[in-house]
Design a protein around this ligand. Structure first.
Ligand code: KG4
Ligand code: ZN
Length: 408
């Protein structure tokens, strides 16, 4: 149906469509963004004001839910099978021809090697064919800057990124200038929620079979009693801004096993208290994230790193679409006088729009635009900015207690 540049002759870009944009005198700059760093194949065409002209997204979520987690070669195969169609759909919906694009921006780091490779190979063939500049994108920078597409947020601002692959706090000083204040020492918040959901067999719950682990936990927690179980908030004695979710996951798994024994359940059967465990887990994740964020705010204030006028906390990444976690963070920002901004849930999870927007930001500042692509490589591991986590640790800021528990 769509001959793909990865497999054979490049014909899918040759379709004829007349676009009035081609004939206007001042043509806005247009960027095609491509995302394949994990388990979403995304593409979008944006103009320089941030208007989304066309987008398309193929999620692999259901396949990975069925297999109990992301298997990298499976993710790679699905990206390969879908990338041409997804890009073609984004272009068709935008009414833009490849020759009208100003540049192509693609995630090249960090992420799963096999997934990143598909997006990068495809993009390099595309830009060489159409003789377009290429803008390599850092996936976490893209998450951090998406908010600027919708709100005029000036630098510097504090950013919390919470996804399935990452949990970190950073100060965004410019489009490619970040100070890393803290990050997870083991697993990411979203990954922990996904694994807790799997231990609870939430795939077998009638309302959760198509939801990601985090979404399923948020949904069930609404009707659960968060006080029915007590899980210890991680790293209470560590006065830094790092995170850890592996121990919490372990606490929850042990509680689940104990209850399963008590209720005499077979693997895959649902516990009677599944909603309570979801609520207590969500509360503990939210409280851990909120406490580290509170310390990051106090650290930035003590060092004069945030502006006096309208200091802002931006929260993004898949887990940031969790309303309970957003509300918990609002308690922290209200107490510290920060403004809280979260992109809409659709832009918090991985997508092509955020990559295209990062391309626009780079284009406007003339940063990282490549006309020769021979040297471009993907990088599975890529830190975000300058790591000052040890300086944060040395400051050992004590966080005053806040009532973080809210009704779920
Ligand atoms: O940003 P994202 O789409 O992909 C990564 O870069 O990881 O984030 C996916 C993660 C998954 O772990 C998923 O369970 C979590 O975000 N997530 C949520 C919610 N929606 C997605 N976690 C908590 N509450 C949600 N509503
Ligand atoms: Zn992401």
């Amino acid at each position: 149906m769509f001959p793909c540049v990865l497999n054979g002759p490049v014909r899918c870009w040759m379709k004829h469509s007349t676009s009035i944009r081609a004939f206007t005198a001042v043509r806005p700059r247009l960027v095609l963004g491509i995302e394949t760093s994990c388990d979403e194949t995304g593409a979008a065409v944006l103009d320089e004001t941030g208007i989304i002209l066309g987008e398309s997204l193929h999620s692999q979520k259901q396949t990975h839910l069925d297999t109990g987690g992301i298997i990298p070669p499976v993710a790679q195969r699905l990206h390969r099978e879908n990338i041409c169609r997804v890009v073609q759909e984004a272009l068709d919906r935008s009414g833009i021809e490849p020759n009208e694009l100003t540049a192509v921006a693609t995630t090249v780091k960090p992420g799963l090697s096999l997934s990143l490779g598909i997006g990068l190979d495809f993009s390099l063939k595309f830009v060489r064919l159409h003789e377009k500049p290429f803008i390599p994108i850092h996936h976490m920078e893209a998450h951090a800057l998406t908010v600027r597409m919708l709100h005029p947020v000036d630098f510097p601002f504090l950013v919390l990124l919470v996804s399935g692959g990452h949990t970190l706090l950073a100060l965004a000083k410019g489009i490619d200038e970040f100070l890393l204040l803290g990050q997870t020492l083991d697993t990411a918040a979203g990954d922990a929620l996904d694994k807790i959901a799997r231990s609870l067999s939430l795939r077998n719950h009638p309302e959760c079979s198509t939801l990601s682990g985090g979404q399923a936990i948020e949904l069930l927690a609404k009707e659960g009693n968060q006080l029915a179980f007590h899980f210890k908030t991680p790293m209470g004695q560590m006065y830094d801004c790092n995170f850890s979710f592996a121990g919490l996951r372990n606490q929850v798994t042990m509680a689940i096993k104990k209850k399963e024994r008590e209720e005499g359940l077979e693997t895959g059967q649902l516990l009677s208290c599944v909603k309570d465990i979801a609520a207590a887990s969500q509360y503990t994740v939210a409280s851990h994230i909120a406490k580290r964020t509170h310390r990051a705010i106090l650290f930035c204030k003590s060092k004069g790193l945030l502006p006096q006028h309208n200091p802002t906390l931006v929260v993004s990444g898949g887990v940031a679409s969790n309303e309970y976690i957003r509300q918990t963070l609002k308690i922290v920002t209200d107490a510290t006088g920060l403004h809280l901004l979260c992109p809409p849930p659709k832009l918090c999870t991985d997508n092509g729009v955020m990559i295209a927007w990062n391309g626009i930001e780079r284009l406007k500042q003339g940063k990282g635009i490549m006309s020769h692509t021979e040297e471009v490589k993907y990088e599975p591991k890529a830190p975000l900015g300058l790591d000052i986590t040890s300086e944060v640790k040395d400051a050992a800021i004590k966080v005053p207690p806040l009532k973080l528990r809210i009704n779920s």
